[in-house]
Write a protein that binds this ligand. Sequence first.
Ligand code: NAP
Length: 527
Amino acid sequence: MSGQAVDVKARVGEFTNEPLVDFSQGENRRKMKEALAKVKGELGREYELRIGAERLQTKEKIKSINPSHPDQVVGVFHGGTPELVEKAVETAARTFETWKEVPYQQRADTLFRAAERMRRRKFELSAWMIYEVGKTRVEADADTAEAIDFCEFYGREMLRLGPPQPLTPVPGEKNYLEYIPLGVGAVIPPWNFPAAIMIGMTTAAIVTGNTVVLKPSSDSPTIAAKFVDIMEEVGLPPGVLNFLPGRGSQVGDPLVLHPKTRFVAFTGSKQVGLRISELAAKPQPGLKWVRRTVLEMGGKDAIIVDNEADLDAAADGVAAAAYGYQGQKCSACSRAIVVKDVYPEFLKKLEERVKKITVGPAEDPNNYMGPVINHSAMKSILEYIEIGKKEGRLLTGGVAVKDKDGYFLTPTVFADLAPKARITQEEIFGPVLAVIPAKDYDQALEIANDTEYGLTGSVYSKNPEKLRRAASRFHVGNLYLNRKCTGAKVGAHPFGGFNMSGTDSKAGGRDYLLLFLQAKAVSEKLA
Ligand code: NAP
């Protein structure tokens, strides 16, 4: 191992998760308040595209708005066009020739320095998310912490994967295997973890020696622009990270289909993920490779409540996983499957908790739930609520919050659902929970597995044998026992699902960077 690798490794030490901010401390509440005031003064600015060293303006405009106060503009973005996609991919392809030669230790170090900057600007980054996507301070802080974790974790992972890898010795030969980058990657994140997922996918691609065209979600381009600033500040060469805001419907296809796009890293809905999968696989003139896709998609995640469960813990876990960030997490609990002996008691406990949930502007720390992301999400969730009223029994919620101008919905629980009802099968992506009775634990497991998704799941039971049965039969990428199904931590809970939840990748895990690399074996016959 080179001296430089040893130095960086010794300097950074072992990976540990970034601690969450303790808002019970007055000092932290003050810092958050100051950050909100500072960012408020910066709302509404214009942001340019960045391709190589150029900053570009276009006639296409994308307005990012605050879902708590839709008349407040968070940022105005010059949007990409198919011509600019061409320019961005060509620039990234040219820059790849030099970036891939930069020693892996130096690439890793860029991530460590970016993490340090983010740590220093933690409250400010969280404030941007409070305004841009309606996260409460606790949710925004967890997002920022996860973004820092991705930089720290993937930096260390690159130090592990960078040197030649061990091989079986063969007499008379010198053999080695090294991981090399792929080329230009299109990185297409969602808005719901606008820092963590966007930064995780982008830094994984960059640290492995690839170059990137980053197309942020049109609902959260500002936090992406702040990240691009940070990467510039820590000296990432121009052209490694090209920033191309634009409507997915306009720039998505040209970006995926460009013959020099070597891979696509996408997180978002099943519908868009499957479209990317199909387009990326299409043979075309000039295409020299089978494009790689890393697709992380939706979920219809279930928590099973067994008759041997601690019902208070289960009701706490279900309420937190169903309504944290308004249920807009791919890992959110949208189905509670409850064994019939404890069904009435569980419903009572759940209802008590849900009725206490406060809803309102995300910047107000008294609110547990903020708004849903935009008008079209609100409309679609309300349509599902109407469907739910026909399919099940509305226990609580089910309405838009009147007297407020943002996209606020009450936390909603439907009881007595059939396993195959639409609201128990389709991803709603909002604060709507379907509760399904099961005759026994085995049937609960069957119901849990009976959707097209397989992302997260959880079981509450005090019976160790039942927990073991879940570990072998509950088919999800992230299974939690006696805890809620949200809140995966980088390194500790490598994250990603099965079936229609994606391509079985594990963000924040030890095999994630391999998705952005290819292995080259070199064998030399010795004289
Ligand atoms: P989305 O509508 O699929 O959008 C995701 C990204 O794709 C956005 O940047 C969007 O850009 C872009 N896009 C839209 N149409 C495109 C096209 N034709 N070609 C290429 N890109 C296109 O999803 P979302 O509403 O942002 O996110 C919510 C979804 O993400 C949920 O289904 C959730 O379960 C899933 N999710 C999954 C995970 C996971 O780890 N499995 C994590 C988080 C979220 P525009 O914004 O410009 O439309």
